[in-house]
Write a protein that binds this ligand. Sequence first.
Ligand SMILES: C=CC1=C(C)c2cc3[nH]c(cc4nc(cc5[nH]c(cc1n2)c(C)c5CCC(=O)O)C(CCC(=O)O)=C4C)c(C)c3C=C
Ligand SMILES: [Fe+2]
Length: 425
Amino acid sequence: MSKTNVDEKFLDKKITRRQMLKLTGVGVAGLAIGASGLGGVLSAFGEELFVDDDTTATNKVNFYGKHQSGIATAVQTNIYFAALNVLVNSKQELQELFKMWTPLAIRMMNGESISMEKQNDLIPPKDTGEAQGLDARNLSITFGVGLSLFEKQELGLASLKPAELKDLPHFPKDQLDEAYTGGDICIQACADDPQVAFHAVRNLVRAASGKVTIKWSQAGFNSFPVEKGKKQTPRNLFAFKDGTENPSGEKDMNEVVWVQPGESTSWMTSGTYLVVRRIQLHLETWDRTSLKEQEKTFGRHRESGAPLGKRNEFDGMEIERKDENGNYIVPENSHVFLAKQAKARIMRRSYSYSSGIIDSTGAYDAGLVFVSFQKDPEQFIKIQNALGRLDKLNEYITHRGSGVFACFPGVKKGSYIGEALFNTL
Ligand SMILES: C=CC1=C(C)c2cc3[nH]c(cc4nc(cc5[nH]c(cc1n2)c(C)c5CCC(=O)O)C(CCC(=O)O)=C4C)c(C)c3C=C
Ligand SMILES: [Fe+2]
C-alpha cells in the first residue's frame, strides 16, 4: 500500500481526541500537526499502534508493569478462564499472535472497543460489542503457556521450556476429564462483570481465528459481602470463607509467587506459574452434613471464618493447640491442618462455578475453579500431596480438570506479551 493510501485510510478512521493524543504522544499544541505528520506516526507503528493504559479510565487495572495483571490484582467478582489449542506452525507466527493480542488486551482493559476503526456496515463489526457502555470493570487479562506448546516440534521452542513446567503427577483422588485438562495457552480474564470477562476472551480468540481454538473454558464467580464499606472474604459454595490465608505484600509475593532472577529460566523472571483445577463440590452430600462436621472438615468456623476455638477470621491458626484431653483442637485430618503441614505456600485466587447438572447422576456440576500462583508448581504439588488421601474434604470433592501454565512477566511500554520468551530465541 502506498503511503498516500495509508494516510487516506487513517483519516477515514474515527479517532477520539484522547486516542489521538496517545498515538502522537504530544500535547494539545501537537494537534496542529498536518495529515502527513499523522501518517508518519501511523506508518511508524504499522498495524501495531502503540496503545497505552488510559489513566483517566474508571475501574481500570493497568496492563503495563513488572508483572502481568490478574495475579496480585485485587480479586474481582468474575472469571472467564480459557485453555487454547495453538494451530500456528512457526515461532514467528506465534510471536505475531502475541503481538496482535497486546493492543487488544490494553484497549479492553481501558474499557474501550478492540478497534478504533469506524464501523463499515458491509462487514461484521471488529469488536463483538457486548461490553459497549460498560467501563473496564477492573478487567485483568493474564496469559500463560503450557507444556504442550513447548512440545510442538514445528514451533522449535523445546530448548526454552522451563524445567519447572511439568505435568502434575496423578494425585490419589483425581478423576480428571481430558475435556477440562491441559492447553497450549491459557487466558485468564477476570472482571467485576461476567460479560466483560467473557467479552475479553471471546474477542481475543476471535481475532486469532485460524490460529487458536478453545480446548476448554470455565466461567466462575465470587460474591463479596461488604461490612463498614470494606469488602470481605468471599464464601465458596460450601459457605466457608475462602482466601483468608494468602500471601500479601511485596515481600510475601517475592517469596511465594514471583520468579526471582536465577530461580527459573531467564525469560520467566518476574513471571509465575499458574495451576488451575476444576474441582466439583458434592453439594448434595455437604448439605446433609452437620455444621460441626463441616467445621471439622475445614478446621475453621463457618460463620466467622475463625480457626476452630478462636473468634475472628484472621486470628492465628496455631495448629498445635490441644484441648484438656490432649486432642488437637483443629483436627489432624482437617483441610487446613494438612495444608499447613506441607510447609509450602501458594497464592490462591479461586472462583466458584455452576455449570448445570451432570447428566449421568443428576448432581449439580458446581464447584471451585481453583487457581493458584506460585514461583514453582512444586509448591502446589507439596500441598496437594500433604492433603493426599487424608484430607477430610475429599469426601465432598472430586478434581475433574487440571492445567499448569507458565505466566510471562509483565510487559514494558512499547513491548508485547511474551517478548521475554521470544527475545531468548
Ligand atoms: C493443593 C492446594 C489446595 C487445594 C487443591 C485446595 C482445595 C480446596 N480448598 C477449599 C477451601 C478452603 N481452603 C482453605 C485453606 C487453604 N487451602 C489450601 C490449599 C488448597 N486447597 C491452602 C494452602 C490453604 C491455607 C492453609 C493455611 O495456611 O491456613 C480454606 C480456609 C480459609 C482460607 O484460608 O482460605 C478453605 C475454606 C476447597 C473448597 C477446595 C476444593 C474444592
Ligand atoms: Fe483449600
